[in-house]
Structure formats: structure tokens, C-alpha cells
Design a binder for this molecule. Structure first.
Ligand SMILES: Cc1cc2nc3c(=O)[nH]c(=O)nc-3n(C[C@H](O)[C@H](O)[C@H](O)COP(=O)(O)OP(=O)(O)OC[C@H]3O[C@@H](n4cnc5c(N)ncnc54)[C@H](O)[C@@H]3O)c2cc1C
Length: 447
């Protein structure tokens, strides 16, 4: 049976955790449940939520090794977006237009369903669906973004963009209305409070692994005919996914004058259309929170908590924010944190249910897990309760995961991609032309 790797991650030192309230979860559990869930992040919590929607009589326990929301779910950038880790054009080539359209409809529905839940049960999530803007600051970015226009992604000329957000050197941007901004811990806590009220047992500080008949929870056996592995990047990777670190920083709350200079009145999320991923939001308490990649991949996919605090990445995020918005020049950055995301070889998430063993697992969302964890959990709940429908027919459901290359090839290839993305951005900023480097790496990435 599947087991989990030892966790290596620092306690959640994110802005979100810093401003959250304490919830006390039970320290005891019974020795038998209908469903045992390993992992107290969005995947585990939403799995319980969807299962109860389909069958309110189920007895469910969630085991979390650390604290609820300890992993990426409590540390992320708060984009509940309609982005999928693989580009739409690639999906259409791989799976056809019909399957691709079905996927994006399910994703946009998922954002609205998260919103409905948050309005009723998680006010601290500060959910607002105002869309997202990806802006171009050089000609190469502008060309790339204009090329990716479609029904959902609308190009805004420089003057239109300025009405929304004032970024130095911005040449225009792509606006996608299908994205919401959240406070991740607010959503985690609203969800766990809701589940407690519905009778779900939630246990923190319990390290669990799946066994033949249920789980081994710390040192006690708990029987359960259905077990869900919702540990994402903390699971045993077996070359099915790699961890990549995403890091964030946040400013002190900014003044009204500073926000008047920047814009973002409706709190849409935003990013620059560079190769190296970056993402930002205006928080409900008026800070700027910005995140991005750039930390190197750890050899043999080992989780190394020190990577969450890679100084050079935090520094380049602060510099990036200040280069976008001169108003931030003398502003204090009060928080710096990070976490890992799980990336499969073809960048697709997975949802598996083996009914003969009663074993389900889900994850591999790359950096798009806020919405995808909701959707994947809903699909898993449908599979577990024996329903077959449009959701369970989505192309990535119950599909074998392609393995990553063995080491040291994997280490060399992934770190070259990380480095080359940064080089490609510098080249484009300097020359204004689409980077030659990016043309070489794009087909290798399989996105
Ligand atoms: C810095 C950062 C920014 C991000 N920004 C965004 C964003 O803006 N939008 C977006 O869509 N996605 C974003 N993501 C990705 C997103 O947060 C994740 O994909 C998603 O939260 C994964 O949820 P999960 O529940 O599957 O995993 P996790 O939240 O990692 O939960 C897994 C849980 O399992 C627990 N666990 C592990 N092993 C065991 C065990 N043996 N026993 C018991 N418990 C165990 C862990 O402690 C952890 O709490 C970001 C991620 C990071 C790190």
C-alpha cells in the first residue's frame, strides 16, 4: 500500500498564518470510519466536503501530520484561477477540443462553487471574483500575450490597462474575468470549521500511512474501507512528481495614497507575462503579496525546508514588486515564506480511485491547486460513491502518470529549465525580441 515520505517543511510562517485565529481540533479518534483521509490541506478537506454532499451519513476522519493548512494550502498566493498547468492549445492537441472545453467549464464552475461556499461559510477567505491581469512590459511579452488571446483572455491596450493597474513600462495586458482572490488560511479554516460542524473528525499532529484495511495513525490502527491519500508534494514521489518551490513576500499594509498610485481597486490578481512564474494580489488588508519561482530543484526530489527561505528569490520578488510600482520604494516587506508544489511529467494533475482496494489519491496541481483541488476532490468523491458523469469523464481522471526521468538527468534538466527561464526573461527585457532560449526549452517542458 502507498506510504508517505517523511515531511520536511518549516512551520507555516506565511502572512496568512500570521493573521489567522486558532481552531482546536480533536486529539482523539475512534478505531473505525467509513473513510479515512490522510492530509489536511484543500484536497483532504474538500474530499470530505464533497463526500458528505453525496452521502451525509458517511463517518469521516482526517489525519494531518502537522497543523491543518500546514502545506501549500495555507501558504499559497490566493489565486482561485481558471488556469490549468498545461496550455489550452496543448490540451486541444492532446485531448481534442470537446474534452478541453469540458475541462475549462468544470474549472470555471468550480471557482463559482468555491465562492458560494466562501460567502456562506468562510468570510475570512475574503473571496472576491474580479478576474486576473497578466501584463506585458516588453515587446516579446506583448507578442506572446496577444498570441494567447481567446474568448476568456481579452487584450487590454496600455490606456485601458492603466485604468485598472499602473505598472511601470506596461504595454498592455490580458484580462481574464475567471479568477478570484482569496486569503488561503481563511478558506482552510472556514472549511474545517464547516466539516467539524458536520461531524467529521479532524486530528492534527497525527502522521498516517495507508494499510491494507485502513490507516496506521501514529501508532494506532484505524480501519476504513476507503482511504484517500491527499498529501500532494509530501507523498512518496516514486518519480511521479517533482517538488518545485514557490516563494512569497508581502508588504506592510499600504496607504490609500499608495493604492491610488497602483490601482487594483477591485482586488483582481496580477502577474507579469515573463517566463519565470510570478503572481501577486492586493490582500483584504491592503498589502501587496507577491510570489514566484526561481529556487532550485532538490536532487532526488527530496524536500528541503531551507529552500522555502531562499534569500535570493525573496530579494528578487521584492525587487520585482518595486520595479512594477515605484510607490513601493520605501515600503517595508514584513513577511517572507515559501512552500513546495508537486509537478507531474506532463504537468497534468491526477485523480485515481481503485475500487478493489478502496484507495483514492489526488494531486499534481503544479501551481494551480486552489481551484483544481476543489475539482479533483469533487471528482474523487463521485468515483468513490460510484457515480459516472461529465466530471468523472474528464481527460485526466484515472490516467496513469508518466514518470520523470531518473537522476541525475532529472536534476540537470529541471534546474536548467529554472535557470534558462530567468535567462530568457533577461534576454527579452534587453532585446525586446522573443527569447531564442525559450524557443528551445518550450517543447521539452511538455506544457
Ligand atoms: C507559495 C505557494 C504559492 C501558491 N500559489 C497558488 C495560487 O495562487 N493559486 C493556486 O491555485 N495554487 C497555488 N499554489 C499551489 C496550491 O497551494 C496547492 O496546489 C494546493 O494547496 C495543494 O493542496 P493539497 O491539499 O493537495 O496539499 P497540501 O496543502 O500540501 O496538503 C497536504 C497535507 O498533507 C499533510 N501530510 C503529508 N503527509 C502526511 C501524513 N503522512 N499524515 C498526515 N498528514 C500528512 C501535510 O502536512 C499537508 O498539510 C501555491 C503553492 C505554494 C507553495
Amino acid at each position: 500500500m502507498a506510504h508517505t515520505a517523511k515531511q520536511d517543511s518549516k512551520p507555516n510562517n506565511s502572512l496568512w498564518a500570521d493573521s489567522s485565529s486558532e481552531i482546536s481540533y480533536s486529539s482523539s479518534h475512534s478505531d473505525s470510519y467509513d473513510v479515512a483521509i490522510i492530509g489536511g490541506g484543500f484536497s483532504g478537506l474538500w474530499s470530505a466536503y464533497h463526500l458528505l454532499k453525496l452521502n451525509p451519513d458517511l463517518s469521516i476522519v482526517i489525519f494531518e501530520a502537522q497543523r491543518i493548512g500546514f502545506g501549500a494550502s495555507g501558504r499559497n498566493g490566493g489565486w482561485a484561477s481558471s488556469d490549468y498547468p498545461v496550455y489550452r492549445s496543448t490540451l486541444e492537441k492532446r485531448h481534442g477540443t470537446e474534452k478541453t472545453t469540458a475541462l475549462f467549464s468544470a474549472i470555471t464552475r468550480a471557482i463559482d462553487e468555491i465562492g458560494e461556499f466562501a460567502q456562506k461559510n468562510a468570510p475570512a477567505a475574503s473571496f472576491v471574483k474580479s478576474g486576473t491581469v497578466m501584463f506585458a512590459r516588453n515587446i516579446a511579452q506583448e507578442r506572446r500575450l496577444k498570441d494567447s488571446q481567446d474568448d476568456l483572455h481579452i487584450w487590454k491596450e496600455k490606456s485601458e490597462l492603466k485604468e485598472m493597474i499602473r505598472v511601470r513600462d506596461a504595454r498592455g495586458g490580458l484580462f481574464n474575468p475567471e479568477c478570484a482572490t482569496i486569503n488561503p488560511i481563511g478558506l482552510v479554516q472556514g472549511l474545517s470549521t464547516y466539516l467539524l460542524a458536520k461531524g467529521v473528525t479532524i486530528c492534527e499532529s497525527v502522521y498516517a500511512s495507508a494499510t491494507e484495511d485502513g490507516v496506521l495513525a501514529n501508532s494506532s490502527l484505524v480501519s476504513a474501507p476507503i482511504v484517500i491519500q491527499a498529501t500532494e508534494v509530501f507523498g512518496d514521489h516514486q518519480r511521479e512528481f517533482i517538488p518545485l518551490y514557490s516563494l512569497m513576500v508581502a508588504t506592510q499594509p499600504l496607504t490609500d495614497t499608495q493604492w491610488r498610485e497602483i490601482g487594483v481597486d477591485s482586488r483582481f490578481t496580477f502577474a507579469e507575462g515573463s517566463h519565470l512564474i510570478n503572481y501577486a494580489q492586493r490582500t483584504a488588508d491592503n498589502r501587496l503579496a507577491i510570489g514566484g519561482r526561481g529556487a532550485t530543484y532538490p536532487l532526488r526530489s527530496r524536500l528541503i525546508s531551507a529552500k522555502e527561505m531562499t534569500d535570493s528569490v525573496h530579494e528578487s520578488l521584492r525587487n520585482l514588486a518595486q520595479s512594477w510600482f515605484p510607490a513601493l520604494r520605501d515600503v517595508k516587506f514584513t513577511h517572507a515564506w515559501g512552500g513546495a508544489v508537486a509537478i507531474t511529467r506532463n504537468w497534468e494533475p491526477y485523480v485515481h480511485f481503485d475500487s478493489s482496494r478502496g484507495f483514492g489519491r489526488l494531486g499534481g496541481y503544479a501551481g494551480d491547486g486552489v481551484t483544481m483541488s476543489y475539482l479533483a476532490s469533487k471528482i474523487l468523491a463521485h468515483l468513490i460513491t460510484g457515480q459516472r458523469n461529465d466530471l468523472t469523464n474528464l481527460h485526466f481522471v484515472n490516467k496513469k502518470i508518466r514518470k520523470w526521468e531518473p537522476e541525475p538527468l532529472r536534476y540537470l534538466a529541471v534546474n536548467s529549465m529554472v535557470k534558462l527561464s530567468g535567462i530568457a526573461d533577461k534576454e527579452e527585457a534587453r532585446t525586446g525580441r522573443p527569447s531564442l532560449v525559450s524557443k528551445i526549452i518550450a517543447p521539452l517542458i511538455l506544457r
